[in-house]
Write a protein that binds this ligand. Sequence first.
Ligand SMILES: Nc1ncnc2c1ncn2[C@@H]1O[C@H](COP(=O)(O)OP(=O)(O)OP(=O)(O)O)[C@@H](O)[C@H]1O
Length: 372
Amino acid sequence: MTDLSVRALTAGYGKAPVLDRLDLDIPSGRLTAVLGPSGCGKTTLLRCVAGFLRPADGTVTVAGRIVAGPGRHVPPERRAVGIVAQEGALFPHLTVARNVGFGLTSLPRAERAPRVEAMLELVGLAGLGSRMPHELSGGQQQRVALARALAPRPSVVLLDEPFNALDTALRGDLRDDVRAALAATGSTGVLVTHDQEEALSWADHIAVLRQGRVAQHGSPQELYAEPVDPWVASFLGDAVLLPGRHEGGRVLTALGAHPLTPGSDSRLTVGTAVLRPEQLQLCSAEAAPVRGSVTRVRFHGHDALVAVALADGTTVRVRHPGPVSVVPGDETGLRVQGAAALRATAADPPGAAGGPTKKSTDRPPRAGLPTG
Ligand SMILES: Nc1ncnc2c1ncn2[C@@H]1O[C@H](COP(=O)(O)OP(=O)(O)OP(=O)(O)O)[C@@H](O)[C@H]1O
């Protein structure tokens, strides 16, 4: 079942559309992250769903009702869509309780105060209804914004990068609490973000946007293990991309022979093999099937990323748990665990990877990694 469905949505601000016949189904009662590089159209999509922007073409359906389509534009307040903006956007002259109760005009007066109190309790702010927004911390303001969005029992809650302005420690806690509040109300949540880690760790479902279209959608696990192409692989976490050849159910790369992931197209004979740096292990050079020379070590606390140049000049990156004893210049052996996905190398549409983009944060796929 789906609470939000978008079909062939085309929208933008000038001649060239930002969203280009975009299709997307958001599963009901789940949390979906809409993830993509800056400028790919995430906020534009959200604005079309919320009703702040009229699409040029296509439809938006919320809880089975078309709210935007040819000749149809339901105003934002009648769409059953709640919104949590980047920085709360609370009404500064209203108390917390009046902010939360703002959308409850259709509720009988006697039921409003209990509903506001229940929402404040849900977001961990019971008893703070009489405060003014400026008397709250940034995290508390975001909680109020969530309570306000949930109060009218919307079909869908849109969260537009709501954790961005908060420091790292607070972000983690608030994310967990927002997740719990959405789950407790059975809400369908849509989080717009460009933070891959946030999407992977927070969402049940991810839709990756690239240049106004959905490049891939599915569970975080599916997308990480079976990215549809090298661009999605690189965008969603670190990837080791190597020329690969399919032979008898295995992929042959400069790192050896690897089983093919179940989602790989077995008819593809050559392409780009996708591995993750945590699948690679350092080992002693003597007995190793593959050897290389360490060119860089980056220590991150919980793990270290080690760049290793292979004999053919390709550089690959290894994620090693905890501290690591090798230093640049050392010879090391490499082992690979698990399966590799094999994807068509030219799967990207023209300009999608490394080509001109409206903003420049699209990360191109890399075959191996640069040294230094
Ligand atoms: N009001 C506007 N008028 C004209 N162009 C706009 C407007 N808003 C956004 N754009 C352009 O539309 C494109 C998509 O913008 P959008 O805000 O949807 O991207 P985004 O994926 O949300 O990016 P970010 O992650 O940086 O917020 C960008 O090229 C942007 O410059």
